[in-house]
Design a protein around this ligand. Sequence first.
Ligand code: PMV
Length: 311
Amino acid sequence: VHGGLGSAHGKAILMGEHSVVYGAPAVALPLLDLQTAASVREANHGSISSDLYTGPLHAAPRELKPVVTALRATAERVGLNSDSFEIVISSTVPLERGLGSSAAVAAAMVRAVSNAVGVALTPEETFELVQIAENVAHGTSSGLDAHAVRSLSPVRFQSGQPTPVTVARSLTFVIADTGTSGSTSAAVNGVRMLRKVNPSFVNGIIDTLAGLAEDTITALGAGDAAALGQHMSAGHEQLARLGVSAPSLDALVTAARMSGAHGAKLTGSGLGGCVLALVDGADSADGVIDAMKAAGATQAWKTSLVSSQIA
Ligand code: PMV
């Protein structure tokens, strides 16, 4: 084993969470300020080192089961004995906030392990190995996160197919954390149950969200921040009707809109986690950040979709 390194980044879903599970398109943004790194070094027993836990693989806590399962599968794929190395993970992607931490850790790990033995995996193979972790973490997963944490441009995702999205100009977003974590599987199951009870209601919302995802792509391509913000706020309303918002999320969306954001919505599976707001340039971000903190955000920060990310 030679030292292998791998990295990935966080993501935010701009439109289409939940509806993507039913075949509608979704759009995710890369969050390049939030990075996850993994490195592999030779050791005499399989072990993992991270903020959550440091010790032997077999004694890793439940939270690490997704990455440990994917780690063993990756080692097997590249012909490495998973008891012959230590994997060291460091990440600035907040955990369980809908920002892609589990997929980012898995993607960084897959790259580190394959680099350690010099085996080049195809994007499809890497995706499948990251999906092993995502499926252990969330039951079943659309695959959006697994693509978004490796893509440097915004990505459109539908029925397993990722496509880069063109963005006409740089945009500034604010991400605000409610400080609570929503369970992705609880949110996804809640929508599935509601759809069983009331299919026409839920299918109508899925169709509306599908239209909003296409409108979002159009607004990104035209650089129309006002339209994009309106689509985001409309998307939040639809997600609330699906039952995946929460009072803490609604309060942050309202605060963002009242303080001059173009629009705002929950991002990720909901029930907790984060709100994504589109602001009118970096200068107006501070007022929106203050308003969202006053409305209960435990953390809020700005992030840009800059020209280097433009496809
Ligand atoms: O909780 P997150 O950010 O990983 O988002 C899950 C996105 C869903 O659409 C709710 C589920 C999925 O598998 O796409």
